[in-house]
Design a protein around this ligand. Sequence first.
Ligand code: BES
Ligand code: MN
Ligand code: ZN
Length: 507
Amino acid sequence: MKLDIGVGTLAAADTPLLVLPWCQDSERQAERPTANMDPLDESLDLTLTQAVTSGDFRARRGQTLLLYRRGDRGPDRVLLIGVGERGDLNAERLREVGGAAAGRALELGITELTLSVSPSWLGGAVETEEAARALVEGVVLGHWRFEELRSEPGDEPRRRPLHSVTVRVPTAKSRDPAVRGAEYGQVVAEAQNYARELAIRPANIVNPRYLAGEARKLGEELGIEVKVLDREQIQEDGMGALLAVAAGSEEEPRFIVLEYCPEKGSRPLVLLGKGVTFDAGGLSIKTASGMETMKYDMSGAAAVLGAMRAIARLKLGANVIGLIPAVENLPSGHALRPGDVISSRSRKTIEVLNTDAEGRLILADALNYAARYEPDAMIDIATLTGACVVALGHHAIGLMGNDQPLIDEVLAAGGRSGERVWHLPLWEEYRKQLESEVADIKNTGGRAAGTITAGLFLREFVGSAPWAHLDIAGTAWAEKAGPYQPTGPTGVGVRLFTEWVRSRESD
Ligand code: BES
Ligand code: MN
Ligand code: ZN
């Protein structure tokens, strides 16, 4: 996709589709076109005033109105997109506007559009850079569709990729921030779409070997170091918990390491992603209904791969290591049994009461492996517990950790990226639920506070580094479409991680 920055009036914008975000005034009516707005073509100005004064277009959040050019200059079409009340204007609302614009462009079969970013219209509620970023993110994310497994294209004209997106600012002064924001937005949203793509491909395509292959490809593309441990090397390294989960599947596990280290001599940040390419539950098998969604159980891995891609493309100034334990969790005659006691990389023994609590097992070994880097901080991301869906539903990522400053950083990065997180406590009292009769720890803590006891389990394998854990069980895929989110995988975590790493740049 081509990205441009245009400078000049809206009336002179030469584009098939000009997108104008639009706010409501304090009476919840659409603002008049003259308020805070750059001049439009006279005929368009008239039509617009009519649409607004008639009350037909009230600029409610998500409401759209499409107008056509009458004169012979300027944009062919103008798309007004409601933001809601001016007081609610923020980056997330603009991301939604971008998503709505992409949806309309798909319907119309238009592959080129222009987004208006005007500092006077923004009125200081959102900076130019952030506005350009959010709008572009919304467009790129909202335009994403997955078609590669259909033998014939559908009949809608929407299969055409977005060809060109232009951000239009009124004066040259706004150019540089618009460029920075738009470029960042494009890179991070494309990386998020990449994560969505990995997640949506079914488990007969995406297995641990496939993820390793993708990581290697990424390494070549980005010029970053990628190492892959195969089954034997995993065994030599002592990752007994990862091996135990892998035992039931014909597919061999992989342990994937990505190293982006531009800052020689400084300690890295480590991102770890759960890569269960299919989670049938193992011998503690899941029920049939909804089991197909467990192809998404590698969404944490997809988020790490997507984030590494964005971070390297943006050349962020921080060392970042990506770690992915990749495995398939199936029942078989070789499978791990409930009641088995296994030995982890840390040498702690684990009583496996439920083979469906496999994510924490593979992450335990990965977290223990991470200690070799003496990280400045580490964050894992995982579709870890159904309990997280019960607690937070589909609108918040569950956040836990051992370090309040890091928790605060992640909360802040979540707010800025629009991938919101909610902090849950890892109080000592809950830890009793993990005491085992026969081993150092057991892998399930019962029904109460299932998200927290999973977090506490992970904490046992962390060592001394500041660590945070993200449970994305409720946010990794969407059953309902959102403004910039079709149904299916969300690629959640990519924007959050990228934003967090940016906040840790050493410059
Ligand atoms: N991958 C699942 C968690 C999950 C469930 C993610 C629903 C997304 C949607 C995980 O491996 C799992 O099965 N967890 C169990 C743990 C339990 C056995 C302690 C769960 O949540 O039921
Ligand atoms: Mn499971
Ligand atoms: Zn799982």
